[in-house]
Design a protein around this ligand. Structure first.
Ligand SMILES: NC(=O)c1ccc[n+]([C@@H]2O[C@H](COP(=O)([O-])OP(=O)(O)OC[C@H]3O[C@@H](n4cnc5c(N)ncnc54)[C@H](O)[C@@H]3O)[C@@H](O)[C@H]2O)c1
Length: 358
């Protein structure tokens, strides 16, 4: 995590003026419950009729305000054992994030949710969340707006979020969803692809239909979403940013349980990123990849709580000696989505505590 001052400075440069986040659920926060030291300014969060809210000339919230100071607490004040994204209810999540970061949030365990909320936290006011499960997508969108209106000082109607059911492996569904998004918000400025699956089989037992399904979601899904976003950016002849979520497993073979199809799918995402970046470079569409390491999401926490040996193995294999906190990805996604990374395309940003270096 960047020191707050650096993060603030990086964010100030840049953030997308409008944004759209994410295939596959994502989210989060904005206003800290901790009192801020700040000079009051009239809220000005951008043009509501278009997908984003951020005005870099007039930053309106903690993430981009140099004149806001968020006091950091002592480590002893943290909730013991709280990794910042538990499923145990908003009190746990909110408490932790309120004290430590730009604001607080409950992310209900999906990295996609974290990303969507991070965009809201950073000033975006038009967000679409896609997921295979339409109800989860709608709930995620509703909860995002509710949270920012209740805790994040957003005025009613200031942030619009929609949740759409979409099987990203289905080209027609992706096209239809992006049409709905453009009809609703007028444009797509940023795409983050977080939909992804992994299934655990030994290579010799991996069923062919499951292999195809995995490739369909992880590889085809990333491609169809990137293509629809890019087509909208090209149609408008405006620059845009696409962030594909890969995995360190696209560059390293994890032990003790390598997952050949998953690893191959994430390697494909990484190289797709490089190739699209070059193909679309002259269109001012940047394509970058984030490759997380072992992250302590709610999902992996459940697995690791049941298997302390695996937790120890993952921790010991990571030079930094810990699992990643989903919060560790926030700066990375905003950096790549924003003008802070204006000359960066085709990059693979590994957020893995050094795992792939050894
Ligand atoms: N969690 C980690 O430790 C970790 C590490 C490296 C990379 N990643 C990658 O990050 C991304 C998000 O991971 P996560 O931990 O949030 O996973 P998750 O399982 O919590 O969430 C993935 C989401 O994708 C959705 N999804 C599945 N199939 C879909 C489809 N066909 N169409 C649309 N949505 C679909 C699921 O409904 C789910 O909401 C994935 O691509 C994953 O490979 C995760």
């Amino acid at each position: 995590m960047l020191p707050r001052t650096q993060l603030s400075s990086a964010l100030k440069q840049a953030l997308p003026r409008r944004s759209f986040a994410s295939s596959a659920r994502a989210f989060l926060p904005r206003t800290p419950a901790t009192p801020l030291t700040t000079t009051p300014k009239p809220a000005r969060r951008g043009v509501v009729s278009t997908p984003v809210v951020f005005d870099p000339q007039e930053p309106s919230h903690a993430a981009v305000r140099e004149d806001i100071t968020i006091p950091y607490p002592d480590e002893k004040d943290f909730h013991p054992g709280d990794l910042g994204h538990s499923m145990e209810g908003p009190d746990v999540d909110v408490g932790r994030h309120t004290r430590r970061t730009l604001a607080s949030f409950s992310m209900h365990n999906k990295l996609g949710n974290l990303f969507a909320r991070t965009f809201a936290e950073s000033g975006s006011n038009a967000i679409a969340i896609l997921d295979l499960d339409p109800e989860m997508a709608k709930t995620a969108a509703t909860e995002l707006v509710d949270w920012f209106e209740e805790h994040g000082e957003a005025q009613p109607g200031e942030i619009e979020a929609i949740g759409l059911g979409c099987n990203v492996a289905n080209e027609d569904e992706v096209k239809n969803c992006f049409k709905q998004i453009v009809d609703k918000f007028g444009r797509v400025d940023v795409l983050v692809t977080a939909a992804g699956i992994v299934e655990n089989f030994a290579a010799t037992d991996y069923p062919a239909d499951k292999f195809r399904k995995l490739m369909g979601v992880n590889v085809e899904g990333s491609f169809y979403c990137a293509r629809e976003a890019a087509k909208d950016m090209m149609r408008r002849e405006e620059k845009g940013s696409i962030v594909l979520i890969g995995s360190m497993s696209g560059a390293a073979v994890n032990i003790p349980q390598p997952q050949a199809p998953y690893n191959a799918s994430k390697a494909a995402v990484r190289h797709m990123c490089s190739s699209l970046a070059v193909e679309w470079a002259t269109k001012n569409i940047r394509v970058n990849c984030i490759s997380p390491g072992y992250m302590a999401t709610a999902l992996t926490r459940v697995i690791l709580d049941r298997d302390p040996e695996l937790r120890d193995a993952w921790t010991n294999l990571t030079p930094m000696g810990r699992l990643g906190d989903p919060e560790d990805l926030k700066g990375a996604v905003i950096y790549l989505a924003s003008e802070a990374s204006a000359f960066t395309t085709g990059a693979d940003l590994r957020v893995d505590g050094g795992y792939t270096l050894t």
